[in-house]
Design a protein around this ligand. Structure first.
Ligand SMILES: [Zn+2]
Length: 361
């Protein structure tokens, strides 16, 4: 079939198959990652937010009704976002979820409906669709129904199966519409549910190092300065700003509890500090410096710290719990034993700092 005929067929099928824009909440949560790894991939077409045939409305509010394709914008009745990419490029899950449907029997560039796809269900009630994948035989489908996937995990490879006239990934976000009692296309661009880094979760971190690498004693009522460095392995820039993306180091396990070691420089009873510098881009290392003050009573404590990004939900601590900073407080009942704190031990994959809380002698 010629490109023109296929385009016409695609348009008719889309009009038949796709019900109008169902909307969704307009909250900007930034909790989805781009569904691929190659940062050079550009947007080809976005979601048409206007159900009127012949009238195209993109996520910026721009109306396009001249009937001519506008790359990077929308085409009529388009319900997803198109990303051009070479055949068999890696496709990633946009969010943690469960595989609820797949199709992999079409050829990689075979014409017919939406071709090979993966459909994921997410815990926020939304679904994401990945259309036009390569065939299962060619590695296009990397998951099976009921598989649990995490954001950024490879779930398949791109193709040009289904209605496709150029290799690309058609990515679609679906939101439940309670009026229609059906899933309807939502617009991830309009809702700004994206990281800036393809294939990565928005906020992730890896422990790098910390100050005071040996055993250290905090005399009671004194304050020491401590710092810890993390690499930004997520998709968003860390910021020390009261607007979006402010990263702090807070007590953890349990979250938000007041620390016995809170020093006067802490911004709150459970936030030890915010990022030292204004911004840390993905892959760069950021330092967090804070005081630890010896308080009372003397005793054995395990104080843990972890990163938070304004809302604690922005870091998935259930999955990323391995990078927290454990501080073990040794019981020092007398002045004579103040210098004999236990040796360093490995607790969570990096050495735990042991702080001995000593009496004033
Ligand atoms: Zn598309």
């Amino acid at each position: 079939m010629s490109a023109t005929k296929r385009r016409v067929a695609a348009s008719v099928l889309l009009q038949l198959a796709l019900v109008a824009w169902g909307g969704g909440s307009a909250s900007a949560i930034d909790d989805y990652t781009l569904p691929f790894y190659n940062p050079a991939v550009a947007l080809s077409f976005g979601v048409d937010r206007d159900r009127t045939v012949g009238r195209q409305l993109d996520w910026t509010g721009q109306v396009w009704n001249d009937g001519v394709p506008h790359p990077g914008r929308v085409y009529d009745q388009h319900s997803g976002v198109d990303y051009p990419m070479a055949l068999r490029s890696e496709v990633a899950a946009a969010k943690d979820g469960t595989v609820i449907d797949t199709e992999g029997s079409f050829g990689t560039s075979q014409f017919g409906n939406f071709g090979n796809f993966v459909l994921l269900q997410h815990s926020d009630g939304r679904r994401t669709l990945y259309y036009h994948l390569a065939s299962a035989a060619e590695g296009g489908i990397g998951v099976a129904i009921s598989d649990a996937v995490v954001a950024g995990q490879r779930i398949g490879r791109s193709g040009c199966s289904g209605i496709c006239y150029g290799a690309h990934l058609h990515f679609e976000m679906l939101a439940w519409n309670s009026t229609a009692k059906a899933y309807r296309p939502a617009d991830p661009l309009a809702e700004r549910r994206w990281t800036t880094w393809p294939g990565r979760v928005p906020f992730d971190a890896a422990y790098v190092r910390e100050s005071n690498s040996g055993t250290e004693v905090i005399a009671q009522w004194r304050t020491i300065t401590h710092w810890v460095e993390f690499r930004n392995t997520g998709g968003r820039t860390w910021r020390n700003s009261s607007t979006v993306g402010r990263i702090g180091l807070g007590t953890w396990s349990p979250a938000a509890h007041s620390s016995l070691f809170r020093a006067s420089d802490w911004p709150s009873t459970w936030i030890a500090t915010y990022l030292d510098v204004a911004a840390v881009a993905p892959d760069a290392v950021g330092r967090f410096t804070f005081g630890l003050r010896g308080s009372q009573p003397l005793g054995s404590y395990r104080e843990t710290f972890n990163l938070v990004a304004q809302s604690v939900h922005w870091f998935d601590h259930a999955r990323l719990g391995g990078f927290y900073v454990p501080i073990l407080i040794s019981n020092l009942p007398s002045c004579e034993t103040a210098g004999s704190a236990p040796a360093r031990t490995s607790v969570t994959g990096h050495p735990a700092l042991r702080l001995a809380l000593a009496p004033v002698c």
